[in-house]
Design a protein around this ligand. Structure first.
Ligand code: SF4
Length: 271
């Protein structure tokens, strides 16, 4: 892992993600190195040409006193969008924790999203926020498959245990079933495990991008060869997502869950 330090002009930046006003990415790069990651485009924008996603990390340096909590009142802030706020090196550098400490008095709605059990470290801080929700993203409960697709993230059950603890501390939680791997992700199993302590569920399709398609297809070819043709078809035709969306909608409605389905990423839009 190549580690560097880079000065960030601003640590809280405007977002073009729908319904998110600002994003906080305490690091550039991501130690988790997920095979499907959509954030790999950051290599181009951050002078990392030639580096491999998952093998470099810039620790952002910034002026903590420039963070003005009141500036974000009424806004939606996401922590994080192109890295994970609770990477293994967060234990050492604590960028995420320092930012949260400074933001405590904001009246923004803060959404924290991670694949790491380290998130429980900050329960004391989450309790101080007026409006915060803490979520995990998860694709599978199968540890072996998770290790293949998200080699350095916490195990799926550890992530679920983390939001269980956070929920027990009285903090709003959510489970982001993402990315959804067709014919592999078992959303019902995940919901059954999490429904006692997750206030909301959301779903996102596997997002085929030119840079991740070879890695996804090679993984499917090696570990699920019988699904390779299905994946090739799904890559071209969004019909699969429409059918799945209807199925998940019925399931969530029956269970009276609070849910949101976002099967429109990567050029797909509901027909
Ligand atoms: S944790 Fe998120 S940002 Fe990091 S590699 Fe995985 S998908 Fe990308």
């Amino acid at each position: 892992m190549k580690i560097d330090f880079r000065k960030a002009k601003s640590i809280i930046t405007k977002s073009n993600i729908p319904s998110i006003d600002y994003v906080i990415n305490p690091y550039t790069g991501c130690q988790h190195g997920c095979i499907y990651c959509y954030a790999e485009f950051m290599i181009r924008f951050t002078n990392h040409k030639g580096d491999k996603w998952g093998q470099f990390l810039d620790i952002k340096t910034f002026d903590i006193n420039k963070i003005k909590p009141e500036k974000y009142n009424g806004k939606n802030i996401l922590l994080s969008s192109v890295t994970d706020p609770y990477l293994p090196l967060e234990k050492k550098y604590q960028n995420t924790r320092r930012i949260l400490e400074k933001l405590v008095d904001t009246k923004a709605t803060v959404s924290v999203l991670t694949k790491s059990k380290l998130v429980v470290r900050d329960i004391d801080l989450f309790k101080k926020f007026e409006n915060i929700r803490v979520g995990i993203s998860i694709s599978t409960l199968d540890e072996d498959f998770a290790r293949i697709i998200e080699r350095a993230a916490s195990k799926p059950l550890e992530r679920l245990e983390a939001i269980k603890l956070i929920s027990k501390a009285g903090i709003e939680t959510y489970t982001f079933i993402s990315p959804y791997f067709p014919e592999i992700t078992n959303y019902k199993d995940i919901i059954e495990k999490a429904e006692g302590y997750s206030n909301r569920f959301s779903f996102e399709n596997l997002n085929f991008r030119p840079h991740n398609v070879p890695r996804i297809m090679n993984t499917i070819k090696e570990h699920f060869p019988h699904l390779l043709n299905t994946y090739k078809e799904i890559q071209k035709d969004r019909g699969y997502w429409d059918i799945l969306e209807d199925e998940i909608t019925n399931y969530c409605e029956d269970k009276k869950l609070n849910y949101k389905i976002q099967f429109h990423h990567g050029g797909f839009s509901k027909s």
